[in-house]
Design a protein around this ligand. Structure first.
Ligand SMILES: [Zn+2]
Ligand SMILES: [Zn+2]
Length: 268
């Protein structure tokens, strides 16, 4: 194997994230920010807490990025075969289909990801920053990561601001504070992106929708034939199922129940 084959997009993006994280942390520690003032006052608790949060966000990022997002097995496991039989027994015509790329029978809400070259259960999106899909298994951790990352970014933004002093001549200012100012701008941008992503994912999770379903509902067979979202069980149950797996139940069952409800409401 050629040595450059080791530099896959995944390795590059994860290395880039790690270097950027510690680079920004180092800039904050090397300038005259609140971190230094706390150290000088002998208060090490806050700098240590900040470092632990940075480390925690990095470990969470690597976990979500490297874990199985919920790939559909190419060879069905005995348990899944039983599930498929159950699905086949559901009387309503659930539009299951076979993937045209990897030929697996796609469970409801699964989608093929061309980057990962696999089908992913309850597919949300392929995240280029993670170089991994966000799907049924890692979506809760992805939301937790966004929340922690936003906390770290906002704290870092405050720290960068605390070290900024504006003075003339500008050439001298640029040499002493240019790097910190660039870090502040970068942190502002990242905070905005993380905040918007967290808000949109919380909205989607609260209504039991995925990013893919939200933007492409008109193209998705199992949504096209319904006026509302067949998986929405109300805010509390949606959140409880997403984060704790409770109340249990397959998407196929929910979809069939929704159709029954709709049928009975139309009959009335
Ligand atoms: Zn596939
Ligand atoms: Zn993917």
């Amino acid at each position: 194997m050629a040595p450059w084959a080791l530099f896959t997009p995944g390795v590059l993006v994860r290395t880039g994230h790690t270097v950027l994280t510690w680079g920004i942390t180092l800039v904050l520690f090397l300038h005259d920010t609140a971190l230094r003032q706390w150290e000088e006052q002998g208060d090490l608790l806050l700098p240590l807490t900040f470092l632990l949060l940075v480390l925690g966000s990095l470990l969470l990022y690597l976990t979500v990025s490297l874990m199985d997002p919920g790939y559909v097995n190419v060879l069905p496991q005995p348990q899944e075969e039983a599930k498929e039989e159950q699905t086949a027994m559901v009387p309503q015509a659930i539009p299951l289909r076979r993937c045209g790329y990897c030929m697996v029978l796609q469970p409801l809400r699964a989608r093929h990801c061309r980057e990962c070259r696999r089908c992913v259960r309850r597919y949300d999106h392929h995240c280029p920053w993670m170089e991994n899909c966000v799907g049924e298994r890692n979506h809760p951790l992805f939301v937790a990561y966004l929340a922690l990352q936003l906390v770290v970014l906002l704290w870092a933004l405050y720290l960068a601001w605390s070290g900024l002093r504006f003075f003339q001549p500008w050439g001298l200012w640029l040499r002493s504070s240019g790097l910190l100012f660039a870090t502040f701008l970068l942190l502002s941008l990242f905070s905005l992106v993380a905040g918007l992503l967290l808000a949109s994912h919380l909205y989607l999770v609260a209504s039991n929708t995925t990013t893919w379903e939200f933007i492409s509902s008109h193209r998705i067979a199992y949504l096209r034939q319904r006026p509302g979202n067949p998986f929405d069980r109300g805010l509390t149950r949606n959140l409880a199922h997403f984060f704790c797996g409770w109340p249990p139940g397959s998407w196929e069952t929910l979809w069939a129940e929704d159709e029954e409800e709709e049928g009975s409401s139309q009959a009335v």
